[in-house]
Design a binder for this molecule. Structure first.
Ligand code: CP
Ligand code: NVA
Length: 315
């Protein structure tokens, strides 16, 4: 590890990770680098007896399990604090819950609806709070996504990731994290489903000169020449009732072989999962030779471990 990388990781000690934009370019790059070292076995970290509290108000397979396994690999433990089994579910205020839990736990990972809720957790908690997905962002996911792109192509800067689908939490974090890393981001959404303007402006502001963040309503335009083609569900958690109406609006936004053929010949296909084959992605593309979707899912574990180690100061 160079001094610069070590310093970038050390700077994360005690910090929250509520948004992809909470880390600098150097810190984001260092986290991905550490995750790669942990994956290859070049680096092992034992934090010894630290405890992660998981406060998840939404379903999760990958995020929950990768956090739990990451803590186990770091020599620590996880306590699952689903609101239905804590007093939170009976109306205990967040500010009391956060203060109490941070007396027991060394770090908290929160999955919820409103971004403001994790901002409040971070305010009231004395230990680092990690965004494990909100309606606004999914920053841990974006770290794994760019790690997967880096594994494939070596370089990130100057490459292009095309995201086809809903301008949602996953799209927002890809825009911000991609901008930090110098990856050109092209988002293709149906009209009315574009990412938030505020996030677009923020991503453009943090992008280095020469890196673009663009939104279009044409999936073919977005995918043309891209090194990675990414999609996510059309209806996110909490939007189940809109499923049918969204399916009609997104009909032309399926990542299928015809669309993928517009990308660079060595382009990889990414999806944060869970996926709906035949909706946002065809089964052929999902299982095809360009898919790195399951490597991407594995990488959640490695970036989670890197992030936990960094914010708990175990380096
Ligand atoms: N990609 C992702 O966050 O998956 P889970 O909802 O299963 O955690
Ligand atoms: N956009 C999806 C991502 C799931 C990991 C959702 O919020 O449900």
């Amino acid at each position: 590890m160079t001094l610069g990388v070590a310093a970038a990781l050390t700077a994360l000690r005690g910090r929250d990770y509520l948004s992809s934009a909470d880390c600098s370019t150097d810190e984001t790059t260092a986290l991905i680098g550490l995750a790669q070292q942990l994956k290859s076995g070049e680096r092992r970290i034992d934090l010894g007896n630290r405890v992660l509290g998981l406060i998840f108000s939404k379903a999760s397979t990958r995020t929950r399990v990768s956090f739990q396994v990451a803590m186990a690999h770091l020599g620590g433990q996880t306590v699952d604090l689903h609101p239905s089994v804590t007093q939170l579910g009976r109306g205990e205020p967040l500010e009391d819950t956060a203060r109490v839990l941070s007396r027991y736990c060394d770090v908290l990972a929160v999955r919820t609806f409103a971004q403001q809720e994790i901002v409040d957790y971070a305010f009231w908690s004395d230990v680092p709070v990690i965004n494990a997905l909100t309606d606004l962002e999914h920053p841990c996911q974006a770290l794994a996504d760019f790690m997967t792109m880096k594994e494939e192509h070596g370089e990130l800067s100057g490459h292009t990731l095309a995201y086809v689908g809903d301008g949602n939490n996953v799209a927002h974090s890809l825009m911000l994290c991609g901008a930090l890393l110098g990856v050109n981001i092209k988002i293709a959404c149906p009209q009315g489903f574009e990412p938030l303007n505020g996030i677009l402006e923020q991503a453009r502001k943090i992008a280095p000169e020469g890196t673009s963040v663009d939104v279009t309503n044409d999936p073919f335009e977005a995918v043309k020449g891209a090194q990675a083609v990414y999609t996510d569900v059309w209806a996110s958690m909490g939007q189940e009732e809109e499923q049918q109406q969204r399916a009609a609006a997104f009909a032309e936004f399926c990542v299928n072989q015809t669309l993928l053929n517009q990308a660079a010949s060595d382009a990889i296909v990414l999806h944060c999962l869970p996926a709906h084959r035949g909706e946002e992605i065809s089964a052929e593309v999902m299982e095809g030779p360009q898919s790195r979707i399951f490597d991407q899912a594995e990488n959640r574990l490695h970036v989670q471990q890197a992030l936990l180690a960094a914010v708990m100061g175990g380096l």
